[in-house]
Design a protein around this ligand. Structure first.
Ligand code: UDP
Length: 497
């Protein structure tokens, strides 16, 4: 292990809790885990974040900055044995996992158990608690062997995990032959319909059966849940999920609100952004308030070439200024590249294309930005909520369809582009959403009108509640302090089992 250990963080009181975060090494899981670790460190706990080399490289600038400002936070770098599971070297960077070998990646992650345990035994202070991504079933054995509690970390909302839990617990899909036939989610007051295609259950996919069962078992056995959400947004679902699991659930979000400075925001989630943060802010500075639409599909989705062109034409036709993030521009053929160059010329001054990683939260919080076309990854959805923005919802896979339902049906802040079936990691189906649908959806959230204004009003009201939740006296900050207190009492390696 390559831990960065010595220093001020070891000098605390004996009762100080030491939280060890083991995030799933995807950006959408690592980013909120690091933010939560920073929050705990801000309030006096020691926080360690475990990461494989390429992920460690992405978060080191954030951790170093925090350490320089005196926060007790550590990065624990552990190599991933890619070869043991037939993965190419460097495949601890999820962008480098060959298609079809994702399950090998998850198997390789389980090999971290031994090195992690050895590191935690050898490098004091002894952990008080392991905060494991819920996808890491293997951390159960590590925690048991160390005799410390294991909390599950969710970068998902309670609405999503409760709906998913209930359809599985009540076997709702048993009665339907067709994956696209809607079923009503049992055990929640509001009428919510889902299909097996949209919400099959976490890792309920061919090849992942064993992993899915292990994850469910590990979740059922865990000692509590830490969730990047906030109570006031979804009180009945937070209470419902805590009660369904019969465990303590600490909502501590939105964790993105931890960042108050452009410098930390620009570093969040990546070593380098594809665009200079200052340049981006200068560009936004020239725009009227709430007129710019931000478009991004997160850190995993690879867009189909035809769909990319159609989306570009839809944005152009909407007439609104836009910032459009293209995650993997190098994957496009010359036709798409040429289209993008021509588009940039036609919309010069009105449209900004970011090819690569964007400083998303920095952009979302700029006064010029007025809406977000999102794939409904939970972090992006919650970042939009924290920024008070209505959303155009364009889910692809995983929890994204349920997040869309939360935004559109429960919170009333979204307009859907109408995706019915998952588009999986890569949008294999070619063109799914026409340019006129993009144009209409963007206009509908940006152009005001009765419904548009209502959505914006609701988004702003939610943002106020989100901000209040992380302030003194707020529910999320209260939960965070409670979490620290809960484990300080038991510090010293005792179990709370
Ligand atoms: N993100 C970013 N810049 C990008 C793409 C993503 O800062 O160019 C951040 C975004 O703010 C969010 C996370 O990466 O915190 C993506 O997580 P999300 O749950 O939205 O989607 P995922 O990437 O897991 O599909």
């Amino acid at each position: 292990a390559n831990g960065t250990g010595t220093g001020h963080e070891d000098v605390g009181s004996a009762a100080r809790a030491h939280f060890v975060f083991v995030p799933l090494m995807y950006q959408g899981h690592v980013i909120p885990a690091v933010d939560t670790a920073l929050l705990l460190a801000t309030h006096g706990s020691l926080a360690s974040v475990v990461a494989t080399p390429s992920n460690a490289a992405r978060i080191r600038p954030t951790v170093d900055l925090a350490r320089r400002s005196g926060l007790p936070i550590r990065l624990v770098e552990l190599p991933l044995d890619c070869a043991a599971e037939g993965l190419p070297e460097g495949a601890d960077d999820v962008d480098k996992i060959p298609l079809g070998l994702e399950v090998n990646y998850f198997r390789a992650l389980t090999l971290l158990a031994g090195p992690l345990e050895r590191h935690l035994r050898a490098d004091p202070p002894y952990p008080t608690c392991i905060v494991s991504d819920f996808c890491h079933a293997w951390t159960v054995q590590v925690a048991a062997s160390l005799k410390v509690p294991r909390l599950c970390f969710f970068s998902m909302c309670a609405f999503c995990v409760l709906c998913q839990h209930n359809v599985e617990r009540y076997n709702s899909y048993d009665a339907v032959a067709d994956d696209n036939e809607p079923v009503v989610v049992p055990g929640v007051e509001r009428r919510i319909e889902v299909t097996r295609a949209q919400a099959p259950g976490f890792f309920r996919a061919p090849g992942f059966e064993k992993l899915a069962d292990e994850i469910e078992l590990a979740l059922a056995e865990s000692d509590g849940i830490v969730m990047n959400s906030f109570l006031e947004m979804e009180p009945e679902y937070v209470a419902g999920y805590a009660s369904a699991r019969n465990m303590r659930l600490w909502t501590i979000g939105p964790v993105s609100l931890y960042h108050q400075h452009a410098e930390t925001l620009a570093k969040r989630g990546n070593t380098t952004t594809a665009v200079d943060a200052d340049e981006c802010l200068r560009w936004l500075q020239g725009k009227e308030p709430s007129t710019v639409i931000y478009v991004s599909f997160g850190s995993i989705v690879h867009a189909d070439p035809k769909q990319t062109i159609e989306l570009g034409l839809g944005l152009e036709a909407s007439g609104h200024p836009f910032v459009w993030v293209l995650k993997n521009p190098e994957q496009y053929g010359e036709d798409v590249r040429e289209f993008l160059r021509d588009l940039e010329e036609r919309v010069a001054g009105r449209g900004m294309l970011i090819r690569g990683w964007s400083p998303q939260v920095l952009i979302l919080n700029h006064a010029a930005v007025g809406g977000f076309v999102t794939h409904c990854g939970w972090n992006s959805t919650l970042e939009a909520i924290a920024a008070g923005l209505p959303v155009v919802t364009w889910p692809h896979f995983s929890d994204q369809f349920l997040n869309e339902k939360l935004a559109v049906e429960v919170l009333g802040i979204g307009v859907s582009v109408g995706i019915k079936e998952p588009l999986l990691w890569v949008a294999k189906k070619g063109l799914v959403v026409g340019r006129e649908v993009v144009e209409a959806a963007v206009r509908s959230i940006m152009d005001g009108g009765g419904e548009g204004e209502e959505r914006r009003r609701k988004a702003l009201a939610l943002s106020e509640k989100a901000r209040a939740a992380v302030q003194n006296g707020g529910s999320s900050l209260g939960n965070l302090l409670d979490l620290i207190k809960h484990f300080e009492v038991d510090a010293g390696g005792c179990t709370t089992h």
